[in-house]
Design a protein around this ligand. Structure first.
Ligand code: DQA
Length: 143
């Protein structure tokens, strides 16, 4: 099966953006690391990033047909998007929410997540390793 790894706004700048918070690794590094984890189980990953809410909603719709599981870092949309929550509620497979930083250690507006109402698990504060941990967990849930 294929695992979708969906990323929200500004994560295209991962590695350059606020490196003290988000580190120096890029989304390409994340994709490579996750492909290696999935590959050990004979699974594939497909990484997507968009700065546009509706494009993320449409990827979740596509996941209904194509993805055995979803890893999602909705970035700032975590804290604002009922539309992404609703799209995930229309998806039947397992969903894991990832945040690179520990959002609970940061500003209070980052403490609430709409997506957590749907996510089967939430990983925050593990840096980009959180994506690999999420893929490993999804492989277990899908198995
Ligand atoms: C983030 C945390 C969000 O609050 C923030 O808006 C992001 C990234 C993270 O991965 O730590 O863009 O989702």
């Amino acid at each position: 099966g294929c695992i979708f790894i969906l990323n929200g706004p500004n994560l295209n700048l991962l590695g350059q953006r606020e490196p003290a918070i988000y580190g120096h690794e890029t989304l390409t590094d994340v994709e490579r690391a996750c492909a290696a984890v999935a590959g050990q189980a004979g699974a594939e990953v497909r990484l997507f990033q968009s700065n546009h809410e509706g494009e993320i909603v449409e990827q979740i719709h596509l996941a209904r047909e194509q993805a055995a599981g979803i890893v999602i870092n909705p970035a700032a949309f975590t804290h604002t998007s009922v539309a992404i929550l609703d799209a995930l509620n229309a998806y039947d497979g397992p969903v894991i929410e990832v945040h690179i930083s520990n959002v609970h250690k940061r500003e209070s507006f980052r403490h609430h997540s709409y997506v957590s109402l749907r996510a089967d698990a939430v990983i925050a504060g593990c840096g980009v390793q959180g994506y690999e941990l999420a893929v490993a967990r999804l492989l277990r849930l899908i198995d």
